[in-house]
Design a protein around this ligand. Structure first.
Ligand code: FAD
Length: 392
């Protein structure tokens, strides 16, 4: 029987949300603009997030984690992104994607060997699936892992890999083809590749439109040799592993999008009560009030959507469609709210030291990463069985 979704947070999660909110306002907001402008990675902020235990939220205590409620991570991501998305995505990529793959599919030896420094936040992990030739069609990847004795030798190139080039990056989870399966399909496996492995070369840092204080590089693997025990799970399971973790990750990205959408509301209310035009504060004009009301409606419904997906996941119920819907509506809310907040700020919304300009630059990627909006619509339609008749 499916559980009843209750949107009210328990007392301890409300308290946790307030703690992260205070942290974001006191420790992130005053410094992040400078990191953003310099395109620098905020090591000191990440260290403080680590000290709070944020990198260990969903993991059990035996690996050094917090064993927190499954909603704690999305809530933390929302509250961080309400102030800044770069630090939020650093946490999301490290925890929801990379470390989560080791936790969900690793052997106990792999968990005990690799997780503790990641869970502590002393080290960061990256998730390397996308390639220069394509991200949406993940099954078409070209990186190859060839078995040689007790090793695998990896060759290929990965594109847009978050957390791949920081001074504290300790490993990447790399997807590679290990053979050909039934029907001629590529058999994909995933490997834990330590960052100091010979042949692993972190390439150019992208000059991005947004997320400027997060770390994104191209990564080349050239005769990159890892021991066979670094295979995650068994050969050919990689694709299913990635799909499963990406479903979970979409809840996190939806939470980041809701945070950004909420940040736009916070700033718009503040500015609306300060800025004057034609002898009145602009917040007194109905045109501005309606914009803010629409922004609130979008953030509110997107928040309910991610919380419902997270709640289903926590109760062990299927949540693929709900996570896709949450990410779709939340990224839409983020983009629209950022556009409207920038409009409310007028010319000041278009200069880089305004917080809404940062929101505007950071919003667009939310419609692209971890499943583009088109891919998500296809997924939702497939979950509904749309087109299944024609396929038969
Ligand atoms: C800042 C940043 C950080 C990232 N971090 C990571 C990371 O840490 N790890 C990682 O592995 N990847 C990462 N990515 C990659 C990201 O996940 C991909 O960019 C995304 O999945 C889309 O892939 P693509 O860019 O190759 O676009 P493509 O797949 O080439 O898509 C191009 C366009 O075609 C559309 N399209 C494709 N197929 C279909 C279809 N069947 N029907 C309709 N439309 C379709 C897409 O929706 C899109 O609009 C990151 C990207 C960025 C920009």
């Amino acid at each position: 029987m499916s559980h009843e979704f209750d949107h009210r947070l328990p007392e301890e999660l409300i308290e946790f949300k307030n703690v992260v909110r205070r942290f974001a306002l006191e420790e992130v907001a005053p410094v992040i603009g400078d990191y953003y402008e310099r395109g620098a990675f905020p090591y000191d902020v990440v260290a403080k997030m680590a000290a709070m235990g944020l990198f260990g939220l969903p993991f059990p205590e035996r690996y050094g984690g917090m064993g927190a409620d499954p909603l704690a991570l999305p809530i933390a991501l929302e509250e961080l992104a309400r102030v800044d998305s770069s630090v939020a995505v650093t946490l999301e990529a490290a925890v929801s994607l990379a470390a989560m793959l080791i936790y969900r599919f690793g052997s106990e030896d792999q968990r005990l060997g690799f997780l503790p420094p990641l869970v502590a936040g002393d080290r960061l992990a990256a998730f390397a699936l996308t390639e220069p030739g394509g991200g949406s069609d993940a099954a078409a990847l070209r990186t190859v892992a060839r078995r040689e004795g007790n090793d695998y030798v990896l060759n290929g190139t990965k594109a847009f890999i978050t957390n791949s080039g920081t001074d504290i990056t300790s490993l990447m989870i790399v997807a590679a083809v290990t053979g050909t399966g039934a029907g001629g399909r590529a058999e994909i496996s995933s490997f834990i590749v330590p960052a100091d492995t010979e042949g692993l070369v972190v390439g150019k840092k992208y000059s991005k439109v947004g997320w400027l204080a997060s770390d994104t590089h191209e990564v080349a693997l050239s005769d990159c040799r890892v021991p066979a025990e670094n295979l995650l799970g068994s050969e050919g399971r990689g694709y299913a592993q990635f799909l499963e973790v990406l479903d979970e990750g979409r809840i996190g990205v939806a939470a980041i999008a809701v945070g950004l959408a909420q940040g736009c509301i916070d700033e718009s209310i503040r500015y609306g009560s300060e800025r004057e035009a034609f002898g009145r504060r602009i917040g007194e004009y109905q045109a501005i009030q309606f914009k803010i009301a629409d922004m609130e409606a979008r953030a509110h419904t997107a928040r309910l959507a991610y919380m419902q997906a997270a709640s289903k996941h926590a109760h062990g119920e299927p949540f693929k469609k709900e996570a896709a819907i949450a990410k779709l509506v939340a990224s839409d809310a983020a983009v629209l709210n950022a556009r409207e907040a920038t409009q409310i700020f007028g010319g000041y919304g278009f200069v880089n030291d305004s917080p809404v300009a940062r929101f505007w630059r950071d919003a667009k990627i939310l419609e692209i990463g971890e499943g583009t909006s088109e891919v998500l619509r296809s997924l939702i339609a497939r979950e509904l069985g749309v087109g299944a008749e024609a396929e038969r």
